[in-house]
Write a protein that binds this ligand. Structure first.
Ligand code: ATP
Ligand code: MG
Length: 278
């Protein structure tokens, strides 16, 4: 695993902010709103349906950023700060999370990061379950889905109908079952305009997309060009260096790669808090 860590550190050092800024779009308004963090009263969401959350269920799913009883939540606060700084500097507001292969912890990281970001006053966050083949956000949160994202992508419903809110500043777009023809749907018109439709509906500051793994289908690679930036979750126990390298190359070609989250760290001394490292 030392090789992966060394490679990740090297990659962090070589990511210059000008490289990351090359594809930045003009999002001055969002930029200003992110800079206002913690200085103005919390945002009230209107249209999305509010759904209750079962905190015992969250604990079982390793969602630590909601109750904040487990020390691992500090790791997500650190990640939140790094993400906010980078996105603000570059005027980015859509963020993708992927990994080389399945099971690295993308969804767990995405949900924890979303809760952590949403605790910042005036940072309104949308988390979208964009893994159309193995959607698990709703399952991990213990929420029943009435209007899955697949229905929007197929043109059966509008995005506003798919939004549910679970806390003051956190809105979710969920899915409950595999969608066939997922890569064509993601690349289609409705996939392409998803972020702008969400913006029109509720003007969030950050939209997080929980994507499928990069190396097992073309879904993630196809959707990444529609996103400003993202990071790769690496499983300390099972991700191979060659796979991380391949994944990084594909990711960087498609959008701005901010960095990596080293998950399930076996070596606590080298990780950040708990078993997460950046
Ligand atoms: N830091 C961690 N330590 C131990 N187990 C973890 C950690 N993070 C996630 N897991 C567990 O690993 C499994 C896979 O996590 P998760 O579903 O978040 O991965 P994923 O990358 O989204 O998977 P998929 O590719 O199937 O979407 C889950 O059982 C989860 O609880
Ligand atoms: Mg997942």
């Amino acid at each position: 695993m030392e090789r992966i860590r060394e490679a990740l550190n090297k990659s962090k050092a070589t990511q210059t902010s000008s490289e990351m800024g090359a594809l930045a779009t003009d999002k001055t308004v969002q930029h200003q709103r992110l800079q206002e963090t913690e200085s103005t009263p919390g945002v009230q969401l209107s249209n999305p349906i509010s759904v209750p959350i079962d905190s015992a269920h969250l604990e079982k799913s390793r969602i630590v950023s909601y109750l904040m009883k487990n020390v691992d939540h500090v790791a997500f606060n650190l990640l939140r700060t790094k993400i906010l700084q980078t996105m603000t500097e570059n005027s980015w507001h859509t963020l993708a999370i992927s990994s080389p292969n399945s099971g690295a912890g993308k969804t767990t990281v995405a949900i924890n990061l979303a809760f952590s970001l949403a605790r910042q006053r005036n940072v309104k966050v949308v988390l979208v379950d964009m893994d159309l083949q193995r959607p698990t956000v709703a399952k991990k949160l213990g929420i029943d889905v009435s209007k899955p994202i697949g229905q929007y992508l197929l043109g059966h419903v509008e995005i506003l109908q798919c939004l549910v809110t679970v806390s003051d500043n956190l809105v979710l777009v969920l899915n409950d079952s595999p969608v066939s023809g997922s890569s064509e749907l993601l690349l289609g018109q409705r996939g392409k305009e998803l972020s702008s439709k969400i913006n029109e509906a509720i003007s969030p500051d950050i939209i997080i997309y929980d994507l499928p793994p990069m190396l097992s289908s073309d879904d993630a690679v196809g959707f990444l060009p529609f996103v400003d930036c993202g990071f790769v979750v690496v499983d300390d126990g099972s991700s191979k260096y060659s796979e991380v390298e391949q994944c990084d190359k594909q990711f960087s070609k498609a959008t701005n790669l901010i960095g990596h989250v080293l998950n399930k760290c076996s070596d606590k001394a080298n990780s950040g808090y708990g078993n997460y490292g950046y």
